[in-house]
Design a protein around this ligand. Structure first.
Ligand code: GRF
Length: 216
């Protein structure tokens, strides 16, 4: 399975995917492209080190958003991935892309959807809201991308307990380490091995066992 990974920041989820492929936790998969809107994204350095083709194209380089959207669609069509993986991608994915790759785009969100998600919930803001609300449990979710924001069918989730002494940063880091970097590779491997199907708004995973997810 060819995957294109879309990034905007540090690329630790990209690195988890690279490492999982190299260590055999993800099979039948190759990263055919890393795309970033942000030329300063350390994720691009990670792609370079791993010898993965990359493209950096910022919306700022275009007269208007529509021209950027068309350019992004062409970049992805040229790469011809079987799956698009949003790994900390802060660019709003254009409807043209969602439609062209319907059912073949996944995203990692740093909370247990449908809590603390949707427009405006990204990066540290998510964890600030969790602490503000006094939630005892948070975590991460891998879901299919549809034309909404964080609204597509849920593939995997992993809970992470919130600690009384947590700051947004410590919670973010623990969710990345204990949840994101585990369930994103697992979701990709399940998809690469045809273990996932969508029935209505639910995802059915062959031989699914949440204990395996929790034990990761
Ligand atoms: C992660 O927290 C992810 O959940 C969110 O953006 C962050 C990306 O981190 N979507 P990285 O670029 O993968 O390190």
């Amino acid at each position: 399975m060819r995957i294109a990974v879309l990034v905007s920041g540090g690329g630790t989820n990209l690195q988890a995917i690279i490492d999982s492929i190299n260590e055999g936790r993800i099979t039948n998969t190759e990263i055919c492209l890393v795309y970033s809107n942000n030329p300063k994204a350390y994720a691009i350095e990670r792609a370079k080190k791993a010898g993965i083709p990359y493209v950096v194209k910022s919306p700022k380089e275009f007269e208007n958003r529509q021209e950027f959207n068309e350019a992004l669609l062409q970049i992805l069509k040229d790469a011809d991935p079987d799956l698009i993986v949003l790994a900390g991608c802060l660019v709003v994915i254009p409807k043209e892309v969602v439609r062209a790759f319907e059912g073949r785009i996944i995203n990692i969100h740093p909370s247990l959807i449908p809590s603390f998600c949707g427009t405006g919930f990204y990066g540290l803001k998510v964890h600030e809201k969790v602490l503000e609300r006094g939630a005892r449990v948070s975590g991460a979710t891998v879901h299919f991308v549809d034309e909404g924001t964080d609204t597509g069918p849920i593939i995997l989730q992993k809970p992470v307990m919130v600690r009384d002494d947590d700051t947004a940063k410590t919670l973010q880091r623990r969710i990345m380490e204990q949840a994101e970097w585990k369930i994103m590779p697992m979701a990709i491997d399940l998809l690469a091995n045809n273990k996932v199907k969508v029935e209505g708004n639910k995802v059915v995973i062959e031989d699914y066992d949440q204990n395996i997810v929790d034990s990761l």
